[in-house]
Design a protein around this ligand. Sequence first.
Ligand code: NAD
Length: 261
Amino acid sequence: MSLQSKTALVTGSTSGIGLAIARALAQHGANVVINGFGKPDAIEKERAGIEAEFHVRAQYSAADMTKPEEIAAMVAEAEREFGAVDILVNNAGIQYVSAIEEFPVEKWDQIIAINLSSAFHTMRAAIPGMKQRGWGRIINTASAHSLVASPYKSAYVAAKHGIAGLTKTAALELATHKITVNCISPGYVWTPLVEAQIPDTMKARGLTKEQVIDDVLLKAQPTKEFVTVEQVAAIAVFLCSEAASQITGINMPVDGGWTAQ
Ligand code: NAD
């Protein structure tokens, strides 16, 4: 399968799942726009590495997914530079773990903005071009938490259930335009996002690090293994293929059986 002549924009792709998706799409020939925070040197190394390894063009956008005007400018810049955004992957996301009554209001707002509203803003900006060209793939990184809940993750679970609904709505609106819209819902994937929530979960539940990994994280996952970023990226590549052109509006779990329970 070749994605040559396609351009993919992947939000939150300076690390973890987003970086793996951007690399996998580039491996199949797509030019990529990567986005997210991090040390400038490390980001430049990733960007240049993608170009050198996969012989595609890679650009970096520093747009902040809490800022609608920066999101619109990122999509416009990608369209100017590459002529199109054919594949849009809404992947940027953060987590915060706390009881609702202690949940900081600014954290709630930030999670809803990054994990949910940013996808509305990117789609709003990218859909007109996709419609014009008569082809598009929109993939949203949701989560097992778009299907089931866990305590102390109110904003995250609300945002992820929201993105599952937004995915279905967009799929229906775009069904006759050869634009598919789907979400991928990973279980626990070992990335900086998961590592970073361990101390707060230890505090919220009064557990050791090992107990959080075994009794909280992998407890939910019947396979007792973390999902890998490459496994999630492989699903994203498949959803971009012609074989997947009749798959739209789905929420695809990659969760070691978590949501089968
Ligand atoms: P990560 O922390 O490795 O990556 C998150 C990315 O988002 C980074 O590139 C970061 O710079 C970027 N980001 C954060 N705030 C941003 C902002 N305001 N503007 C632009 N970019 C921003 O985490 P990850 O685990 O790779 O998570 C990626 C996605 O996968 C998230 O949506 C997350 O909810 C989802 N997810 C992760 C897991 C998991 O177990 N790791 C499970 C299910 C879903």
